[in-house]
Design a protein. Structure first.
Length: 137
């Protein structure tokens, strides 16, 4: 339930609810540019692109998130955002730091995954070569 004049904003990632709270105003970016949602706007859906997501909660001042691509749906007073990844920051400077840390962690995990795949491919090639040698003997 929302208070009159407020929207309920819920942002979810595959592993958690990132945010669930009131919003007076929401600014996001879709493939064709940025847009603003207010409580009395019509129902709306948009495919989000990676970027900055801004909202104004009922307690004043803008809040920011960095979001990956996703989907936003406004239905009545409810706004649902589903994204692969979202990072919350109190202000733009702290958000920048958190995003940099998150990307560094993602880069490290991606490097580890690429190394694991390379080991699997090398092991497969070795086993395939041994199998080929046994067939020709």
């Amino acid at each position: 339930m929302t208070t009159a004049g407020l929207m309920r904003l819920q942002i979810s990632a595959p592993d958690r609810i990132v945010l669930d709270g009131p919003a007076l105003r929401i600014v996001a970016e879709a493939e064709n540019g940025s847009f603003c949602l207010l409580p009395r706007h019509r129902d709306f859906a948009a495919a989000l692109v990676p970027g900055l997501f801004e909202y104004t909660p009922d307690d004043a001042g803008e809040r920011y998130l960095a979001v990956d691509e996703g989907l936003l749906v406004k239905s009545g007073a409810d706004v649902f955002v589903s994204t692969r990844h979202a990072v919350v920051g109190d202000d733009l400077e702290s958000l920048k730091r958190v995003v940099e840390e998150e990307f560094a962690a993602l880069d490290e995990r991606a490097r580890a995954a690429r190394a694991a795949v390379a080991r699997l491919e090398a092991d497969f090639a070795r086993r395939f070569m041994k199998l080929s040698e046994h067939e020709h003997v």
